[in-house]
Design a binder for this molecule. Structure first.
Ligand code: GTP
Ligand code: MG
Length: 245
C-alpha cells in the first residue's frame, strides 16, 4: 500500500470512439449529470479534485475502433497529440479506455497500438487500461472478460504492465474512483514519481501545421474579399452605365 498522495496529477483520457472517455472524466471529477452521446471533437483540459489531489484531466476525440492511425483523419491525430501539451509539464498517466461490453480483436489492438504510439515510445509505462460499462459484465469479473476475450486484449493489458481497472459510469460509487486513483498512484510511483515527457518536436510540428492552415484560411478569405470587391466594382460601373444611358 502506498501512503504517499500526489498533490497534483495530470491525466489524459484516450481511446476509440464512444467507449466512454468523457464519461470516465465525469466520473473521476464527480460530475453526475452526463450529457449523453455528445462526441468530443477537440482535446480539452478540465480541472478538479479527487480527495486532496488536484487533477488536470484532458479529454480527447476518439479514433474509429478498427482503423489504424495511418487511416485516421489528420485532425483527430493532431488533437490526440495536442493533448500532451494541454497538461504541462506532461501527463503522469494515460487512461486507455476500452468498452468491456464489446469484443476486442487483433484489428482493434492494431488500432490502439498505432494511435498510442503517436504520443511517443514511452507511453506504455504510463498507461492504465480503464474498462468501462462494468454494468454490462453482469456476474462476470473483468478478469473473466479479459480471459474470455482472447489474445488481443490479453496482450494489450500485458503491454500496460497488467495495470487495469473497471468502471461503471452509470453508478455513483466513489470507491471505484478511489481504487482507480490508487492504481494511478502505483503507476506514478513505478515511474519514479515522474511524468511522461512529451516530445517538443511533436508540438512544433502541430504548431507549424496549425499556422499553415490558418494562413491558408486567411489567404482564401482575402481572395474572396478581393473578388467581392472587384465584383462590386463591376456591378457599380455597369449600373453607372445603365443610368447614364
Ligand atoms: N451502461 C453504460 N454506459 C456507458 C458507460 N460509460 C459510458 N456510457 C455511455 O456510452 C456513451 C458514450 O459515452 P462517452 O463518454 O460520450 O464516450 P466517448 O468515448 O467520450 O465518445 P467520443 O467523444 O464520441 O469518442 C454514452 O451514451 C454514455 O452514457 C458505462 O459505464 N455504462
Ligand atoms: Mg467524448
Amino acid at each position: 500500500c502506498i501512503r504517499k498522495t500526489i498533490p497534483k496529477l495530470q491525466i489524459i483520457l484516450l481511446g476509440s470512439r464512444s467507449v466512454g472517455k468523457t464519461s470516465v472524466g465525469n466520473t473521476i471529477l464527480g460530475i453526475m449529470e452526463q450529457e449523453d452521446g455528445r462526441r468530443t471533437a477537440q482535446s480539452v483540459a478540465r480541472h478538479g479534485f479527487v480527495g486532496k489531489t488536484e487533477i488536470t484531466l484532458v479529454d480527447t476525440p476518439g479514433w474509429w475502433k478498427s482503423l489504424r492511425a495511418f487511416d485516421t483523419l489528420e485532425a483527430i491525430k493532431e488533437e490526440v497529440m495536442r493533448s500532451m501539451f494541454l497538461c504541462p509539464p506532461g501527463p503522469h498517466v494515460f487512461l486507455l479506455v476500452i468498452d468491456a461490453d464489446a469484443s476486442f480483436k487483433a484489428k482493434h489492438l492494431d488500432a490502439v497500438t498505432t494511435h498510442m504510439e503517436l504520443l511517443g515510445e514511452g507511453v506504455w509505462r504510463h498507461t492504465v487500461v480503464v474498462f468501462t460499462r462494468g454494468d454490462w459484465l453482469g456476474p462476470n469479473t473483468i478478469e473473466q472478460y479479459i480471459e474470455g476475450e482472447g489474445e488481443a486484449i490479453q496482450s494489450l493489458v500485458e503491454q500496460c504492465g497488467n495495470r487495469y481497472h473497471v468502471i461503471d459510469n452509470k453508478k455513483a460509487d466513489e470507491t471505484q474512483i478511489t481504487e482507480l486513483l490508487e492504481k494511478i498512484t502505483w503507476t506514478v510511483a513505478g515511474n519514479g514519481w515522474s511524468h511522461f515527457f512529451p516530445d517538443e518536436k511533436i508540438f512544433l510540428t502541430i504548431e507549424e501545421k496549425t499556422r499553415r492552415v490558418e494562413e491558408g484560411a486567411r489567404l482564401r478569405q482575402s481572395q474572396v474579399k478581393a473578388k467581392r470587391k472587384s465584383l462590386r466594382g463591376t456591378v457599380q460601373s455597369s449600373s453607372i452605365n445603365v443610368t447614364s444611358k
